[in-house]
Design a protein around this ligand. Structure first.
Ligand code: 4NP
Length: 156
């Protein structure tokens, strides 16, 4: 993906209730600790619209809270066409998110899309969907997102 110094980063998953709200909250927390959250627009969205208007999944809220991060005020929304103009870095949690984003991107905006772990760490790994699994899946997702967020923040 094209990687200019981003001013606006959008985290994207399928439902926008498990992974991407956690990525939004964790990355904002890390950026805050590094003193530059105020210079960035940080948001999240889903490629699917089933949960529009809902807060994040309670399991994501819980793992964030346990690590000192409050994501309970977030509201689920779906990716829009305007996002491709507004955000210069649009990061999918897994390869199907990336494929869907590239398919929806207007001409010329596809290079704003990348796989989160790949862009952050240079590792073409997916953040797995924890929705149908147990609570430990949310801990694993949290750890992956924290590692990737620290790496991404370190490069900005
Ligand atoms: P997310 O997880 O993409 O990490 O938010 C999911 C949440 C809900 C559904 C799928 C994935 N769902 O099918 O409702």
């Amino acid at each position: 993906m094209n990687q200019p110094t981003p001013r606006a980063i959008l985290f994207v998953c399928l439902g926008n209730i498990c992974r991407s709200p956690l990525a939004e909250g964790v990355f904002r927390h890390v950026a805050d600790a590094n003193g530059f959250a105020g210079r960035l627009l940080i948001d999240s969205a889903g490629t699917g619209g089933w949960h529009i208007g809902s807060p994040p999944d309670p399991r994501s809220v819980e793992v964030a809270k346990r690590n000192g991060i409050d994501i309970s005020g977030q509201t689920c929304r779906e990716v829009t066409d305007a996002d491709f103009a507004r955000f210069d870095m649009i990061l999918g949690m897994d390869c199907s998110n990336v494929d869907e984003l590239v398919a929806r991107a207007p001409d010329g905006a596809g290079d704003r899309v990348g796989l989160f772990m790949d862009v952050a760490l240079g590792r073409a790994e997916e953040v797995p969907d924890p929705y149908y699994g147990g609570a430990s899946g949310f801990d694993d997702v949290y750890r992956m997102i924290l590692t990737a967020s620290r790496a991404l923040a370190g490069r900005l």
